[in-house]
Write a protein that binds this ligand. Structure first.
Ligand SMILES: Nc1ncnc2c1ncn2[C@@H]1O[C@H](COP(=O)(O)OP(=O)(O)OP(=O)(O)O)[C@@H](O)[C@H]1O
Length: 634
């Protein structure tokens, strides 16, 4: 997705004007999909750096870790000091401000939204606002259409309080991060409010720009959603959303069907490594079922996680396990351990890995990594974006939302179907904009893809796979209201406090770690097996324990989060009867093997050293329940 500076395309006249504005300029750029907003921002940052701005003078803000990694990657392709500009998410920026204002470590334990609100109060209060903010000369924000709720307030407050220039870019037609404001009414009011506030507040100084040349779409098919941009941008009522959603669906229906994936040459063109390919679905439930279909056909792929899903790579725990008893690591010891890892990782990658660890948990000298600090950073999720970046190569399956900001050579879009009657206007507008985003991601080819009924969330107009109330999960229901046939998995479903083998079901934890490092691969099947028949603690509202099996080997046990959500799901209908719990749950796959930070004492008891870091599988998919009792089998 990046190009070296020498081979980078030339800027258009408007792009150049934006790029070369003085640092004190307040510039708002609104433009459609694929018109080069991010491309222009990168060059703008490069220009500002060439004009003498440094890390302290320049703030670059993005929404998600994925967006900040993408922007940083693009900056890295440039030469000089712009490679080192700090790109940060709103959440990381807020946390940084709070820590500067008062070195109170308890901020880590608060939610993202709490930190954002607290950081806003810090900026408002002259006595507490960090001095570093006085130095800021320019703020760059990408995808500003998503700025709603607390994050909008944070930026509003900062721009009111500090006199600095800004370059803010966005596309109102792609405003779909509605989850930041749960209440759809409030969300409808908030959408677009940042743009209008900016225009009011800086009416005299604001310089507005529009980009209108689409550089992404190199074919008519790839450009087919463009004519709907104005309608998508403007839609705010139920009728408008329904109309444009239907028009986009009809446009999609006129595109070529990708073909039957059971046919070998069709599969081969899906997995062509010379092309980047994405399959996009409306919901995560759709994406998980589609992923199951691909797995059943033996097609390698990755499901794109959410913005806050992050996993620490397995090499971290593997390196630590090669340094028994160590409390800190030097570069030489790290490289030595790195070279002994399985799957012969290359040395350049090892040198980068060392730099990432230093950034995460380096000591004052900048030459040694403290393992205690590393444990703390992993446990708190306070990690550099590049350490936890999702792997983006190969075939990607994603929701429409999560594909925002990305582009691919070929894109296959699954028809989202008509909007549900019960959806309110704000959600309908979000859905129309999400479909527009999906249909604007292709560089060359845009296709339709229809999964078979067995892998679709709807059957004969009935939603058999739907969101489970009060959880982030997707549930598989039957035609009878009492039927509970499966549940989706989340990142935190494998118990992380103690390593596999130590509690609930005992075996040699060291051997499990070896097994995870050498035998478990992304895409492998995992089966959840109920550990006991005791109808567990109803007062704790938890389902029984489950062991996670990879073939004959136990690789983990279910976390309390999973057991509570399973309890809630199964008991939803049968609240006055003792529930029957699935004997097995199949249909889960290993997403990856990751490093987790658990209890130090548990690691010591397990013979895994003093650092509390070990390997655990992360699982994905919508499981399928298998019950003991006849007639209830899924
Ligand atoms: N002046 C240009 N000449 C040639 N290609 C360009 C130019 N500007 C941008 N591009 C290319 O157009 C594509 C889209 O650019 P970019 O991702 O920056 O668009 P965007 O407006 O941020 O898109 P979206 O909002 O849809 O994510 C990229 O491949 C980029 O390299």
């Amino acid at each position: 997705m990046t190009a070296s500076r020498a081979s980078a395309p030339a800027l258009t006249d408007v792009q150049r004007r934006i790029v070369e504005e003085p640092a004190e300029r307040k510039a708002l750029v609104t433009a459609g999909a694929g018109t080069g907003k991010t491309f222009t921002l990168v060059r703008r940052i490069e220009y500002l750096v060439s004009e003498g701005l440094t890390g302290g003078d320049l703030i670059v803000l993005t929404f998600s870790r994925a967006a900040s990694v993408e922007l940083r990657e693009r900056l890295r392709s440039l030469s000089g000091r712009s490679r080192h500009v700090r790109v940060t998410t709103f959440d990381a920026w807020a946390l940084g401000l709070l820590r500067e204002a008062a070195n109170d470590e308890t901020w880590y334990a608060r939610s993202f939204d709490e930190r954002i609100r607290a950081a806003t109060r810090v900026i408002e209060d002259e006595m507490r606002a960090p001095e570093s903010l006085d130095a800021v000369r320019h703020v760059v924000i990408d995808e500003v259409q998503d700025l709603v709720g607390d994050r909008r307030q944070l930026v509003d407050t900062f721009l009111d309080a500090y006199e600095c220039g800004f370059t803010i870019v966005g596309d109102p037609a792609q405003a779909i991060y509605g989850f930041q404001v749960q209440d759809p009414e409030k969300r409808a009011c908030d959408t677009g409010r940042f743009f209008s506030r900016l225009r009011e507040r800086f009416s005299d100084e604001l310089e507005e720009f529009a980009l209108d040349e689409n550089f992404r779409a190199a074919s008519d098919d790839a450009a087919c959603a463009r004519p709907y941009e104005a309608a998508v941008r403007a839609c705010s009522t139920r009728a408008e959303a329904d109309a444009v959603h239907e028009q986009l669906r009809m446009e999609l229906a006129s595109k070529l069907e990708f073909g039957d994936l059971r046919v070998r040459h069709v599969r081969a063109s899906l997995c062509d490594t010379k092309l980047t390919t994405a399959i996009l679905c409306a919901t995560n439930g759709d994406a998980l079922l589609l992923s199951r279909w691909l797995a059943d056909l033996g097609i390698d792929h990755r499901v794109r996680g959410g913005t806050d899903d992050h996993s620490v790579p397995s090499w971290v725990a593997q390196v630590v396990s090669r340094l028994p008893g160590a409390l800190s690591i030097s570069r030489d010891r790290f490289i030595e351990a790195w070279q002994s890892l399985p799957h012969t990782p290359d040395l350049d990658h090892g040198r980068n890995a060392w730099q990432l660890l230093l950034r995460t948990a380096g000591d004052r000298s900048g030459h040694v990594v403290k393992l205690g600090r590393l444990h703390e950073a992993i446990a708190r999720g306070h990690l550099p974006d590049s350490l936890v970046a999702q792997q983006e190569d190969g075939l990607i399956v994603s929701t429409f939302h999560r594909a925002k900001g990305l582009e691919f050579d070929q894109v296959l879009v699954v028809d989202p179907g008509s909007l549900d009657d019960e959806q309110v206007a704000a959600d309908r507008c979000d859905a129309a904009r999400a479909l527009y985003v999906a249909m604007t991601r292709a560089r060359h080819d845009l296709y339709r893809l229809q999964p078979p009924d067995a892998y679709a969330t709807r059957h004969r107009g009935f939603r058999l796979v739907r969101k489970v109330k009060g959880t982030q999960r997707w549930g598989r229901y039957g035609y009878k209201p009492s039927q509970r046939l499966g549940l989706s998995f989340l990142g935190e479903d494998v118990h992380g406090d103690h390593p596999a083998g130590l509690e609930q079901i005992t075996c040699d934890p060291g051997k499990v770690q070896e097994y995870l490092a050498h035998k478990v691969r992304p895409g492998d099947e995992a089966v959840w097996t109920r550990l006991n028949d005791v109808p567990v603690a109803h007062e704790k509202r938890m389902a029984p324990g489950y062991a996670i099996m990879h073939g004959e080997q136990i690789v983990g046990v279910a976390s309390d989060v999973f057991r509570r959500d399973l309890y809630r799901f199964v008991q939803q209908w049968k609240s006055h009867q003792p529930a029957s719990w699935p004997r097995h749950v199949t249909g889960t796959r290993v997403d990856l093997v990751e490093t987790v930070a658990g209890e130090d004492a548990a690691a010591v008891r397990a013979g895994l050293g003093p650092c509390g870091l070990w390997l655990a599988p992360r699982l994905i998919g919508i499981g399928r329940f298998h019950y003991d009792r006849k007639g209830e089998d899924a």
